[in-house]
Design a protein around this ligand. Structure first.
Ligand SMILES: NC(=O)c1ccc[n+]([C@@H]2O[C@H](COP(=O)([O-])OP(=O)(O)OC[C@H]3O[C@@H](n4cnc5c(N)ncnc54)[C@H](O)[C@@H]3O)[C@@H](O)[C@H]2O)c1
Length: 382
């Protein structure tokens, strides 16, 4: 018997769609003790909310998130709105005793993130942040390979997240569609939007980052603001490159930009160790590249592991198709949800919870501070 869990979704954009798909799919593929029920969707426009509700099967609509949180029939609140709304909604949801799944980045900055951590811990409500790239089977496999010690001492960790969608000065800032370009809604530019993912994965695979040194650039200095209709100063970073040192002594290089013509969402990472290296690329997400110097000389070379073989112990894949058949981006949300429900059953929270995601927030703060001060900045200890 599965236990129904009533979901209240806030937002109806990209992530609301990805999460709604996960709620719809998760019990089809995973044996779980809980079953999500799509109880209510909240958007400011009742018409838009209704269209979304009809498409995904939500039972009701709300136009004020406070009302949704106040409803007795909602067990779990899912926050899929711009970054500036995460803290207020999450804090209110915690006070109302709801479970909370919040999109990344957790908050606009570290101090705000800490208040959210304190709110969920005080309320004792289950919580999780949707850093879904951890749940790509090839990335989970990378973690297991590292945990097994196959790389030996790690020397380098490098990650990139490249896009090209804001090169035109005609792209406006602010409002519903382009909130990512308005600093008051997003908190930062590519740093909080894209590097947040790279940092979360890095901390998970390679441990804490101690110190960082950053360079950022805002290539287009002014854009029309959708809310005021006026041309206004742009406050976000268009590009961010930083180097750093991990606590384990390895060196970090991270780069993100929305000005890499030709790249739509190219997230790549590579870890170089004493014995072996791993590399991964979002455009080929079901493959993990692995090089092991200990291989026999004649056969030594990069292996391209097709991470679909559950007989070979590839994470999550036994829940899907037969070995050799792939899954896609949307499955990462299904996996994260399945892990959340398993965590509920076993009273062992699925990571990253708010406190874990707060560590990424502290790195983001240090990265942005370093760009401002033009010097090395130590990452605060969480
Ligand atoms: N995990 C990931 O890979 C990933 C990917 C994309 C976005 N995100 C994160 O998800 C969040 C949402 O991003 P998105 O891409 O879905 O944005 P989006 O612009 O597609 O959707 C945002 C939604 O929020 C709604 N909204 C705004 N203010 C609201 C309010 N006061 N009440 C109710 N609804 C409101 C908008 O109408 C819209 O439906 C952001 O925090 C973003 O950083 C995470």
């Amino acid at each position: 018997m599965t236990k129904p869990l009533n979901v209240g979704m806030i937002g109806y954009g990209f992530m609301a769609k990805a999460h709604s798909n996960a709620y719809a799919q998760v019990n089809h593929f995973f044996d779980l003790s809980h079953r999500p029920v799509l109880k209510a969707i909240c958007a400011r426009s009742a018409d838009n909310a209704k269209v979304f509700a009809d498409r995904w099967g939500y039972e009701s609509v709300e136009t004020d998130w406070r009302k949704l949180i106040g409803r007795k029939d909602i067990d779990l609140v899912d926050i899929c709105v711009p970054n500036n709304l995460h803290a207020e909604i999450a804090t209110a949801a915690a006070q109302a005793g709801k479970m909370i799944l919040c999109e990344k980045p957790l908050a606009m900055n570290g101090p705000e993130g800490l208040k959210m951590v304190e709110a969920v811990e005080k309320a004792g409500v289950p919580n999780m942040v949707w850093y879904n790239y951890r749940r790509i089977p090839a990335v989970t496999l990378a973690r297991r390979i590292i945990e097994d010690g196959k790389l030996g001492r790690v020397f380098h960790y490098r990650a990139k997240f490249l896009q090209d969608w804001t090169i035109s000065p005609d792209v406006p800032q602010g409002g519903t569609a382009t909130w990512r370009l308005a600093v008051e809604q997003a908190g930062s530019g590519v740093t909080g939007d894209l590097l947040a993912h790279c940092i979360d994965t890095a901390l998970w695979l390679n441990g804490p980052l101690d110190t960082v040194n950053t360079m950022t650039e805002t290539f287009i200095k002014e854009r029309k603001h959708n809310l005021t209709g006026k041309v206004e100063k742009v406050g976000i970073d268009d590009a961010c490159t930083f180097m750093g040192r991990f606590a384990n002594g390895s060196l970090a290089t991270f780069e993100s930009t929305r000005y890499a013509r030709g790249h739509k969402a190219l997230y790549t990472l590579e870890v170089n160790g004493e014995h072996a290296s791993i590399a991964w690329d979002l455009h080929d997400l079901h493959r993990l590249q692995y090089f092991d110097h200990r291989d026999e000389g004649r056969l030594r070379g990069w292996r391209s592991i097709h991470v679909t073989d559950h007989g070979g112990g590839h994470p999550y894949m036994d829940k899907w198709w037969v070995p050799g058949l792939q899954i896609g981006y949307e499955a990462t949300f299904v996996h994260q949800l399945a892990d959340f429900f398993t965590g509920l059953k076993e009273s062992k929270p699925a990571m990253p919870d708010f406190r874990d995601a707060y560590q990424t927030q502290l790195v983001l703060d240090a990265v942005l501070q370093s760009a401002k001060d033009q010097k090395w900045v130590n990452v605060a200890k969480g």
